[in-house]
Design a protein around this ligand. Structure first.
Ligand code: PEP
Ligand code: MN
Length: 457
């Protein structure tokens, strides 16, 4: 268990840090706003709007993540690559939640561990891009950087970085958050009624029997315990759900970085659990500067080019006090690279006496482009990287404490393979992502079942 007094000890922001000190550092992946006054006005408005989460929720999650790092819990973090303003709708939000709840049920049952559920949503509106601009038929325009910044259509107006989108992003995040909170508190997550979470797939999926048998066994155990207790067990009627996003557009994050009564230091109150993307994790860069001063639990994406020495320095800057639950390292190496790239990093952290929460993102190192320039991922590579991650951690004497996935509750065809063996031709049928390909609900469930088989093995 985490020692609460240790968590409370990181009570103030580090010296020479402020919510705006990142502005003096090299800034990667920031929108180019043409009109500084327009930006200032939007930020002034944003900084007056209510926060989306509270400091005590943030500190509770930090304790849960500390327990996950200690092997007492497993983290399930997932959602779209990028949310879009148009997709802020009831069925999309509730279907995504259903998939996450179903997956967590599979994991709790199979791993015999409580699961920490963290959505990659209610703020996942900004995307890092490999190029600042894009040329089509001789016309060059700024890249689409996510709905928080501009729009995807290839016109000058759509691609303009619009500060009003920061305010709309906050509002969309609040609506998403509000609906998710109401659902998880209002009986939707009640284990007595797992049928509320059915997405229709169980009727025709090859995985149907396994999932059904598991739900039945959980139902029987619950009824047995309630018979013993002589009353319904209230703690099975709701679940905790937390949010996360890549904290990319630092003006937005700064405007939602606040001090709260009776708590020292600063909190990013736009989300419980922000992360630094792989492209913005430079040790002397603006993102690392911003993140080092907030009290949230934070994560960093770690790609195959990170050296043990860079990782050690990053950990020292971001978590100088070695606070339980503070630092999560999300490795995303690719199925063919993980065996070589991960062991030196695990060894470096171990040698420096650190026990971060290690999480595997088996999506981002396995993206490939097939015919017609369509971006996809193969289920067997996603599964392969995850399998290897368990093995590499076991060999290193460290622990894989969670997964980070891009998934949706919709029946999309964006990743190939899986129980239904989607092929390249299937991709055209229901490819909806504007950015990275996501697991559909069936592939997501299948992956949860495979994690259980691997971990249980
Ligand atoms: C992402 O999570 O969508 C992403 C861009 O990941 P990474 O920073 O690991 O490339
Ligand atoms: Mn992505």
């Amino acid at each position: 268990m985490a020692a609460p007094e240790r968590i409370a000890s990181l009570s103030t922001a580090p010296a020479e840090w402020s919510p705006s000190s990142w502005q003096a550092c090299p800034q990667a992946q920031q929108p180019a706003y043409a009109d500084a006054t327009e930006l200032e006005r939007a930020l002034a408005q944003l900084s007056q709007l209510p926060p989306l989460v509270t400091s005590w929720e943030i500190l509770s999650l930090k304790r849960l993540l500390a327990e996950a790092a200690a092997g007492e819990r497993f983290l399930l973090q997932g959602g779209d690559c990028a949310e879009s303003f148009d997709d802020c709708s009831s069925p999309l939000i509730s279907n995504r939640l259903k998939v996450m709840l179903q997956m967590s049920l599979v994991l709790v049952h199979g791993l015999k561990l409580p699961v920490v559920r963290v959505g990659r949503f209610a703020g996942q509106y900004a995307k890092p891009r490999s190029a600042d601009s894009e040329t089509r038929d001789g016309v060059t325009l700024p890249s689409y950087r996510g709905d928080l910044v501009n729009a995807a259509a290839f016109t000058a107006e759509a691609r303009r970085a619009d500060p009003q989108r920061l305010i709309r992003g906050h509002a969309r995040s609040a609506m998403t958050m509000n609906f998710v909170r109401a659902l998880v508190d209002g009986g939707f997550a009640d284990l007595h009624h797992p049928e509320y979470w059915d997405l229709g797939w169980v009727k025709h999926s090859p995985l149907q029997d396994e999932y059904r048998a598991m739900v039945e066994s959980i139902g029987n155990s619950l009824r047995f315990m309630e018979t013993l207790a002589g009353e319904p067990l209230g703690s099975f009627q709701r679940v905790d759900f937390y949010t996360s996003h890549e904290a990319l557009v630092l003006h937005y994050e700064q405007a939602l970085t606040r001090q709260v009564p009776r708590q020292a230091g600063w909190f990013n109150l736009s989300t419980h659990f922000p992360w630094i993307g792989m492209r913005t994790a430079a040790i002397d860069g603006a993102h690392v500067e911003y993140f080092r001063g907030i009290r949230n639990p934070i994560a960093v994406k770690i790609g195959p080019s990170v050296t043990p020495d860079q990782l050690r320095r990053l950990a020292d800057v971001l978590d100088p006090e070695r606070e339980p639950g503070r630092l999560t390292l999300i490795h995303r190496m690719g199925a063919t690279r993980i065996g070589d790239a991960l062991p030196p990093l695990l060894a470096a952290m171990k040698a420096s006496g650190r026990t971060p929460l290690w999480v595997c993102d088996p999506m981002h190192g396995n993206t490939e482009t097939v015919g017609n320039g369509v971006k996809t991922r193969r289920f067997e590579n996603i599964r392969g990287e995850l399998d290897s991650a368990f093995d590499v951690h076991a060999a290193a004497g460290t622990r894989l404490g969670g997964v980070h996935l891009e998934l949706t509750g919709e029946n999309v065809t964006e990743c190939m393979g899986g129980a239904r063996d989607l092929t390249e031709t299937d991709l055209a049928r229901a490819y909806k992502s504007q950015v990275d390909p996501r697991l559909n609900y069936e592939q997501s469930l299948e992956l949860a079942m495979l994690i259980v088989r691997k971990r249980g093995a």
